[in-house]
Ligand binder design. Structure first.
Ligand code: CMX
Length: 435
């Protein structure tokens, strides 16, 4: 049986040789150019970093190790982590071995609970989560080994240990934050022998008589795990990790980026927007009411959360997957029906608004379709998880898998410290005059 560690030990030397050859053969060839617009515009579309765990195709969405997301939506979170790291779906024995690793490492140090309980009552759940990860930095195996002297080619080995320790504790901590922050009772423990998604669902403590909430959690943790390397959370985690800060520093930093309303926090914003919409019109609005509400949002200078994307140019397959789950499990749920109505109306509103923007000399909205955050909140709400400031924590438990897989691979491949060249606005102006 090939455990995660055994398989990695086999793959990594091969990948290093392949990379050495690629760089020797093509190291001086160009893969991208940068326009002035891109340099000032968040580097959109600039190809200047490597990520092998997944790619996002503008017209297809997320592809994990060559597999389109909707074709692997049945995989459980532990299988997704294995796939991200190795490119292979684990067989039953390797999957069980990974589950045992999580069982072994799931105990959360007591100081984490003391710290979380001491935090101000109005702390955002994301701040609680990131603080909890950061305070556990003293547990880092990487840092410990590094301080004692570690060969560069072995960096990845303690990184796997750190990753498994973080991933095992994350659902316990995240569920504990839910219970502490929203007065739901004491944090609950990890159940040995239960899978990752069902364990998380169970520790949140919400009733789940049919097991469909656990099913949603498996899907949720699968869908949010990775979205190639350039998104804020993955990119920040990568940059921090590139200085050999350990996984605790790096993951906490990446999740601080996820906590922004243009990134992961959009799922909380999105449900808030849907609930305000329902409140204004006392239920699911008509098309005209919804258009009015959406235009009010846009003309007051706000974005419609859950719509648009920096890379995607079609409806996000993650939205499609969640939408299908809703159609199967809660077709008559009023909040879900509002999400469906928004999906019917908002893309057209955004297209019209984009035309108005262009007439006013502004840039168009590049993508009017829903992203991952447009529908997931309604599903959580249906199962009684109504505290929407908590939603980005769920996203985080999942995104940690992608960030950690990318970190391990970067240490394995000896990726150097990130250091792009910045230039001043004056330099750009002077440079353009010379052309
Ligand atoms: N509502 C209103 N305006 C929008 C919009 C939306 N949903 N999406 C884009 N725009 C606006 C942008 O704000 C930008 O306006 P300014 O030039 O005035 O600043 C303009 O359209 C062009 O933006 P873009 O090229 O289409 O998109 P960007 O790559 O700059 O931004 C994103 C992408 C996701 C930040 C943006 O679409 C947005 O703010 N969406 C709403 C928030 C959201 O759902 N975020 C979650 C994304 C998924 C994730 O990462 O978790």
């Amino acid at each position: 049986m090939k455990t995660l560690q055994k398989l990695l030990a086999e793959i990594i030397p091969q990948k290093r040789e392949e990379l050495k050859k690629l760089l020797a053969d093509y190291g001086d060839r160009k893969i991208s150019e940068v326009t002035v617009q891109q340099a000032f515009g968040g580097m959109r579309g600039v190809k200047a970093m490597i990520c092998d765990t997944s790619v996002v195709e503008p017209d297809k969405g997320l592809i994990v190790r060559g597999r389109p997301l909707l074709e692997i939506k049945h995989l459980w979170p532990e299988e997704i982590f294995f796939l991200l790291l190795t490119g292979e779906v684990p067989g039953p024995e390797a999957k069980l071995a990974l589950q045992h690793e999580f069982d072994r490492a799931s105990q959360v140090p007591d100081y984490v609970w003391r710290l979380l309980r001491a935090m101000p009552k109005d702390s955002h759940p994301m701040c609680m989560l990131d603080t909890a990860i950061l305070v556990m930095e003293r547990e880092s195996i990487f840092r410990n080994w590094y301080d004692r002297g570690l060969q560069k080619e072995d960096y990845w080995i303690p990184m796997v240990g750190d990753a498994l320790n973080i991933l095992a504790k994350l659902p316990v901590i995240a569920a504990g934050i839910y219970r502490i922050r929203y007065d739901k009772g004491s944090p609950m423990s990890w159940t040995h022998g239960l899978d990752y998604g069902a364990n998380f669902a169970n520790m949140l403590g919400l009733p789940d008589p049919t097991g469909s909430f656990a099913q949603l959690m498996r899907l949720y943790l699968n869908f949010h795990a990775d979205h190639e390397g350039g998104n804020v959370s993955a990119n920040v985690c990568h940059t921090v990790g590139s200085s050999l800060s350990d996984a605790y520093y790096s993951v906490s930093a990446g999740l601080n980026g996820l906590a922004g309303p243009l990134h992961g926090l959009a799922n909380q914003e999105c449900l808030k927007w849907i609930l305000e919409l329902r409140e204004r019109f006392h239920g699911t609005p008509t098309t005209e009411q919804l258009r009015e509400f959406a235009f009010d949002t846009l003309r007051s200078g706000q974005v419609i959360p859950g719509y648009g994307h920096a890379v995607l140019r079609v409806a996000d397959p993650r939205f499609t997957g969640f939408f299908e789950f809703g159609q199967e499990h809660m077709p008559n749920d009023p909040v879900f029906q509002t999400v469906a109505k928004v999906f019917e109306v908002v893309p057209k509103v955004l297209e019209e608004y984009s035309t108005e923007r262009v007439k006013a000399g502004k840039s168009p909205i590049a993508n009017c379709w829903p992203n991952v955050d447009a529908g997931s909140g309604a599903l959580l709400y249906h199962y009684g998880l109504t505290e929407f400031p908590y939603y980005t924590v769920l996203f985080s438990v999942s995104r940690a898998m992608g960030m950690l897989a990318q970190l391990i691979l970067n240490r394995a491949m000896g990726t150097p410290i990130t250091r792009p060249k910045s230039v001043s606005t004056e330099w750009v102006r002077a440079q353009m005059k010379k052309m």
